[in-house]
Write a protein that binds this ligand. Structure first.
Ligand SMILES: Cc1cc2nc3c(=O)[nH]c(=O)nc-3n(C[C@H](O)[C@H](O)[C@H](O)COP(=O)(O)OP(=O)(O)OC[C@H]3O[C@@H](n4cnc5c(N)ncnc54)[C@H](O)[C@@H]3O)c2cc1C
Length: 396
């Protein structure tokens, strides 16, 4: 990969930076890097308003094809976009699951009619999406899922339960994995369907996380009618589609984060906190630790670039996305834990508590960072995938 940006790329950067400077006011600035997890105090509405503004400006789905409402920018420009967004720190967009997972999967697997119907509304935020994979008895081994869909005329009739379904309480649509052939081996009897969350028989119950936010849910399906035209790919072949979505999820979780920016924030914290008559930064051990984080963050950045090569060839992300997902979520956890050490007694103060250093964002991030090591497949599962599918080791 050539790391020098072309004149077109520089022009793209300039255009985006100017647009952000003109449209992002000081009080709209981001939520201390809390991203999509934080919902309290009108945070969702603030993000939705910002999403609409970005979409109207043509800045959502920038590398998606123009015919489905994207900007048609190159993947290199997507990297520049990520850098500029990290620099400007606007509120996180809404519809993360729609843009990260559903749109790219539909562009790869959907019929022309399905793409035209769904993709533009994902970008505009008119339809919010959720992902119905996990069930109470099927998480890491998602192919063991039990939610059933039975054919009846032009419809599937769905019965079952999903859990940990992020954004289901905001969602209009769901990508749902259902068992359509219970007699087939577990990976062979699954179908991938799109369900209208406003259908009769869908019940959403929020679950509160350790952060105090409730942004995932239990979802119950009771005789829910789903038109057969909402099937993606072939009946009973949904596992292949499901894997494509997971690849986009893992590479997206890993690729979209500015870990070097987070290291800089940690360094700024160490320079602020007073320890033994000086700053934490004056302590060699602290500086060494933060330098180690910086090395890992740089390695993540360049691994992300390497992954782009595959996408430039028009292929969906491969199992190497698991490397990024694992590295980012584990580094994120280590850094937030270290922030707690630096903060000492201040680490006990809640997000936005009076007198909390850095508005208490580190304690929130610390609690939230566990989630990233679980969502999209746990760290143990990523280790298994890397061992078997990247390194070619025998199955454990
Ligand atoms: C914040 C958050 C958001 C989420 N959002 C969604 C969502 O929108 N949609 C959705 O469908 N799901 C979602 N999930 C669920 C997530 O995908 C599952 O939690 C995850 O896949 C693990 O499944 P589980 O919780 O059932 O744990 P289990 O699979 O029961 O795992 C329990 C433990 O056993 C370990 N383990 C299991 N199998 C193996 C193995 N073969 N080898 C080694 N160790 C193993 C795991 O690593 C883990 O430590 C979300 C989870 C979180 C935390």
């Amino acid at each position: 990969m050539d790391f020098k940006w072309s004149p077109e790329d520089e022009a793209f950067r300039h255009e985006l930076r100017s647009w952000l400077d003109a449209n992002l006011s000081r009080d709209q600035k981001g939520d201390e890097g809390l991203g999509m997890m934080h919902e309290e105090g009108g945070e969702w509405q603030k993000r939705l308003a910002w999403h609409r503004k970005m979409h109207a400006g043509g800045w959502v789905g920038i590398s998606w094809p123009k015919e489905y409402g994207g900007r048609g920018a190159t993947l290199v420009q997507q990297i520049i976009y990520n850098e500029e967004i990290a620099r400007a720190n606007p509120p996180a967009l809404v519809n993360g699951l729609g843009t990260l997972l559903v749109g790219p999967t539909l562009i790869h697997w959907g019929t022309e009619e399905q793409k035209q119907r769904y993709v533009p509304k994902i970008l505009s935020g008119e339809e919010i999406w959720c992902q119905g994979y996990s069930e109470p008895g099927s998480g890491s081994d998602v192919a063991s899922l039990q939610t059933r869909a039975v054919e009846e005329g032009d419809y599937f009739i769905v019965n079952g339960q999903k859990v940990w379904t992020s954004d289901a309480h905001h969602a209009d649509m769901c990508i749902l994995l259902v068992r359509t052939d219970p007699s087939a081996p577990k990976h062979k009897g699954i179908s991938y369907i799109l369900v209208d969350m406003h259908s009769p028989g869908v019940t959403v119950r929020p679950l509160v996380q350790i952060t105090g936010d409730a942004n995932f849910n239990e979802v119950f399906f009771e005789d829910v009618k789903v038109p057969k035209k909402n099937l993606i790919g072939e009946k009973n072949q949904g596992w292949q589609v499901a894997i494509t979505t997971l690849m986009f999820e893992r590479s997206g979780i890993g690729g979209g984060r500015d870990m070097l920016g987070a290291v800089k924030e940690l360094k700024d914290l160490a320079k602020t906190v007073r320890q033994n008559g000086s700053t934490a930064w004056a302590n060699t051990d602290v500086r060494q630790k933060i330098s180690q984080f910086a090395c890992e963050a740089a390695a993540i950045k360049y691994t992300g670039f390497r992954q782009i090569t595959r996408r430039l060839k028009g292929l969906p992300p491969g199992p190497e996305g698991s490397v990024l997902k694992l590295a980012v979520s584990e580094l994120n956890l280590k850094m937030n834990k270290f922030a707690m050490e630096i903060l000492g007694p201040y680490s006990q103060m809640d997000f936005r508590a009076p007198f909390a250093l850095d508005k208490g964002k580190w304690s929130y991030r610390m609690l939230a960072s566990r989630a990233l090591t679980i969502a999209g497949g746990t760290s143990e599962i990523q280790h298994n995938i890397i061992g078997e599918r990247v390194m070619g080791l025998p199955k454990g």
